[in-house]
Every structure is written in structure tokens, then in C-alpha cells.
Design a binder for this molecule. Sequence first.
Ligand SMILES: Nc1ncnc2c1ncn2[C@@H]1O[C@H](COP(=O)(O)OP(=O)(O)OP(=O)(O)O)[C@@H](O)[C@H]1O
Ligand SMILES: [Mg+2]
Length: 283
Amino acid sequence: MNQEYISIRHLSKKFDRSFVLKDVNAVLGKGEILGFLGPSGAGKTTTIKILTGQLRPTSGEAEVLGIPCDRIDERIYEQIGIVTDTSGVYERMTVYDNLKYFARLLNVPLDRIDPMLKRIGLYEHRKKPAGKLSKGQTQRLILARAILHRPKVLFLDEPTSGLDPSTALEIHSLLLELKKEGMAIFLTTHNMDEATKLCDHVALLNEGVIVEYGSPEEICLKYNRIKRYRVQLTDGTKLTLSQDPDTAGRIMIWMKENRIETLHSCEPTLETVFLEVTGRELK
Ligand SMILES: Nc1ncnc2c1ncn2[C@@H]1O[C@H](COP(=O)(O)OP(=O)(O)OP(=O)(O)O)[C@@H](O)[C@H]1O
Ligand SMILES: [Mg+2]
């Protein structure tokens, strides 16, 4: 069996008098990406804070690399990387010096810095004060800092929120490379397309409760109750047809006559599933 890097069992968290996480269960193995998805206030950041030892759970257990979260100390910080919305950079230090500072702190050989800067596309900016970077560049620097010590587990709290699509794509391909190298990545996002593309498993979280858990594909197929095809013909006609023998016959004829411009099955996306199970929008 794949090595389990994170395990969460019956985790609950209460602030004041209300529960913001209720009986949450999840696992993350080596080389996997797990996505916690849900609207604002669902409990995503709270989960990351518990897993990284910044908050104590009210009940239940969570382990990261076999260590219970309430006993997390420096030893584990050498093996995990964290990016949250409060992760900052030293604005007056150069891009290079920001990484050098962390390399020293975490006992990382300095010759890893240049290859890392090249990998994240900041090598040309290495002498610039970090405060002068654009938002996307800053986000990449924060990510570089979180992975410089080659952690086994990476926590990312909305890593691409507010980034332009091409920077988000660059971050996605970097995350997939890290996954291939065996890193386990726990990420939170509002972005269902991002989750579908990156995650081996997702947990749909609503008001502290996991309402669906599985691979994005499994979840979408589970909700594919009314099976339909969407067809556009070469004369511009657009049709949505139920999956039945009559439709199959019509499609076959159109195909023979070369009249089909596009043909799609209409299985739901994670976004439509989420709307169905929670009855509300994601943002
Ligand atoms: N320290 C705290 N004290 C009291 N309530 C808190 C505290 N931290 C978080 N909460 C509450 O817990 C709930 C979950 O918050 P959390 O930050 O985990 O949500 P989130 O899913 O990360 O949302 P977002 O998508 O907006 O980042 C919210 O209702 C929030 O107000
Ligand atoms: Mg949050």
C-alpha cells in the first residue's frame, strides 16, 4: 500500500460555541494531491492550521508523517512546506537573499537556490528586492521557499487565488512535477477546474462537513444520473439528447453523413455537483 503521509480521523473543531469542523476524515499518500474544496468559511484553512500544529482540534486525531498534530515540532517543519495567505516575503531583501535566508535556516545547500530560481522562472529577477515583484512572481517566490528544502508534504492554502490564468497554469505544472517526484500535496481551493485537473482525491466541504469524498471523476460520475449528449451539427443546429437507442441511431446517421461538428457527453462537473449537494454557489 502507498505510504500514508497524512491521516485525519473524526476531526472536529469548535470555536466559541459552534463547530466549524465536524467529524472530518481524510487520507493523503505519497505522491498524491488531496484537495479540500468549499465555499468561504467552510473550514479549509482551519483544517490546514490543525494539520500544521497551529491550532488544536477539539476532538479526533490527525497525523502528519506519523506524528500526531498536537505534538508537531521543529523536526517535522524540516519535512513539510506551508504556503498560506499570510506567508510573506522579506520585501527589502532580494529574491535570491530571501531564498538564501531560508536555506540557511533549514540547512539547505546554497547551490540549490539558482536551479530553484530557474525552475520557477525568477532567475532573471534574482537581484530585485522581493517587494518589487508582481503578485504572481511573489506567489512563485513563496512557493519556491516552501519547497526549497524538498519537503515530503506540502500544504497550500489557495495557491492560485487571484493569479492570472497563465501564472496559475505554471503553478499547476510545477505542482504536478512535485507530485511525480513523490511529494504529497494538501491543497485548498475554490476553483473546481483546478481541483479536477490536479487532485487525485477531493473532499467537498460544506459548513465543516465533508459532503462528498473521492476522485473528481468518481464524484462526477456518481451524479451523472440523467445521461445526455450535446450535439452541434455542421448547419449550426444545437441539440441536447438523452442517451437512448433512438439518439444512438440519429447520431450514427449524422456521423455517416459527416454532419457532426461537435459531440459531448454531459456528465456534471465538480461545480454542478457542489451546487447540487450544498445548494449554494462556491464564492
Ligand atoms: N480563531 C477563530 N476564532 C473564531 N472563529 C474562527 C477562527 N478561525 C476561523 N473561525 C471561523 O471558522 C469558520 C471556518 O473558517 P476557515 O478560515 O477555516 O474557512 P475557509 O474555508 O478557509 O474559508 P475561506 O475560503 O474564506 O478562506 C469561519 O466561520 C470562521 O469565521
Ligand atoms: Mg481559508
